[in-house]
Design a protein around this ligand. Structure first.
Ligand code: ADP
Length: 444
């Protein structure tokens, strides 16, 4: 069609409609010139032709404007040349725009319906952390209603425990096991997701069933360990009463039985320690006197290593720690005994130091080291780099798990660096706020 321009490409080159219009105009002027010449009145005839042309253009402009202003716009008015080309272009572009809009609205509706049907609660927040939109699950879990709670600030409806978590910054870990605002028995988890630059979304999940299962697992492990303790003690007692000299042919078997029953008893004790740690929400607020603790760790290491390693203490910080004597002793002595057990010979350095805002208890050994691929899983229960080596040294595979739990209870973390054949460094990193000046000194 002459004069048609692709509506999806408004920047396409001008069509030849303009050439046609200009051609017609030139033809009109030429015809008027010839008629004027024949009649002997060139100028008046030319002026009349120009006037007629201007009227026709004005009429086209008027029809175009009426069409553009029409509420229910049909196809463009019939026209000639550049005007019809322009109208055609606008019409097609509008139709393309309308169908694009319809598609977008349908897509948006589909997304909203999908988000609304999600079992997890989703709350879309604006820059001031006010509610922009939420789905049905969020309404049910957080007792939100439309339109009442649109624009409400997030701090006004999340449970108290989640408020502090919300101000802690954008890159924090999800918050788990928070009681729902209306029902203490319902446990929720919260996750803050940042997207598209400055947009934020709060995802809330009902984890009551998960927490119940977790509790069942914890109770089961604690009960089994508890039940095993008594029979093991009896077994252990009888084995201790037997003398290898009474039946020399049974001596190797008796030694093996004793070693295995000791290992079992140690596993049960470690499992019970882990259960107790898991059951705690906060560490007891005791003074953990570091100097005597460090000295006893050194003595234990020397006794366990029987002189195979040179053990040294480096105390660059005179602060004590605030927390549980029992759990911190257990965590530190696990690290020290690991260093001894996995360093056949060499050095073991125990450091207590302050670095900036942190207090560090560090155990550095020159032992076997740990291959890098094992490091991410090393603190899992029963995870060992080499099961035979761990067993040969009386390991239970639970030591580092105990360390991790004990530190978490004290808001501290475990950092591990290791190189095979060169040794390992295990550091317990505490916030400086966990430090206590030694007795008799004023608080810093
Ligand atoms: P285990 O009772 O087997 O020592 P842990 O949880 O204490 O259990 O440690 C898990 C595993 O981590 C060990 O089996 C061992 O392979 C590795 N490991 C821990 N500490 C060290 C260390 N200081 N040097 C080398 N390997 C270590």
């Amino acid at each position: 069609m002459p004069g048609f321009r692709d509506p999806m490409r408004p920047d396409a080159p001008l069509s030849h409609a303009w050439q046609v219009s200009l051609g017609r105009f030139a033809l009109l002027l030429a015809a008027a010139g010839v008629v004027g010449f024949v009649l002997g009145h060139v100028l008046p005839v030319l002026a009349a032709a120009l006037f007629g042309y201007a009227c026709w253009q004005l009429l086209s402009l008027y029809r175009m404007q009426r069409w553009l202003r029409a509420r229910r716009r049909g196809p463009p008015p019939e026209g000639h040349g550049a005007w019809s080309d322009l109208a055609e272009f606008i019409w097609r572009k509008q139709r393309a725009e309308r169908s694009r809009k319809r598609r977008l609205v349908a897509l948006l509706r589909a997304f909203r319906e999908a988000a609304a049907a999600l079992p997890d609660g989703v709350v879309v927040l604006d820059r001031e952390r006010g509610v922009r939109w939420f789905n049905e699950s969020a309404g049910r879990l957080l007792r939100l209603a439309t339109p009442r709670d649109r624009g409400k600030r997030v701090d006004d409806f999340v449970p108290l425990a989640a408020r502090k978590w919300l101000v802690d910054g954008p890159n924090h870990e999800p918050l788990i096991d928070v009681p729902a605002p209306h029902d203490e028995a319902m446990r929720l988890s919260f996750r803050l997701i940042h997207y598209a630059g400055d947009q934020t979304m709060l995802v809330v999940r009902d984890i009551s069933n998960l927490m119940r299962l977790e509790q069942v697992r914890r109770d089961f492990v604690a009960n089994v360990s508890h039940e095993l303790r008594t029979p093991l003690t009896v077994l252990h007692g009888y084995l201790d009463m037997l003398e290898p000299d009474d039946a020399p042919e049974w001596a190797p078997m008796l030694a093996d039985l004793r070693a295995q029953s000791r290992r079992m008893a140690q596993i049960v004790e470690d499992l019970l320690t882990l259960s107790r740690l898991e059951a705690q929400q906060e560490a007891p607020d005791e003074r953990v006197a570091m100097r005597p603790l460090l000295a006893s760790l050194k003595r234990d290491a020397e006794a366990l290593g029987q002189g195979r390693q040179a053990v040294a203490l480096h105390v660059d910080c005179d602060l004590d720690l605030r927390g549980s004597n029992q759990y911190l002793h257990s965590a530190f002595s696990n690290l020290v005994s690991n260093a001894v057990r996995y360093t056949p010979e060499g050095r073991i350095d125990i450091h207590w130091e302050r670095r900036g805002d942190e207090l560090r208890f560090r155990v550095v050994d020159t032992g076997y080291g740990i291959p890098a691929e094992h490091l991410p899983r090393i603190t899992e229960r029963f995870y060992r780099v080499s099961t035979s080596r761990s067993r040969a040294h009386g390991g239970t595979g639970l030591g580092l798990s105990i360390v991790k739990h004990a530190l978490a209870l004290h808001h501290a973390r475990l950092e591990i660096e290791s190189e095979v054949g060169r040794g390992s460094t295990f550091a317990c990193v505490f916030p400086a706020t966990a430090g206590l000046p030694p007795v008799g000194e004023p608080a810093p």
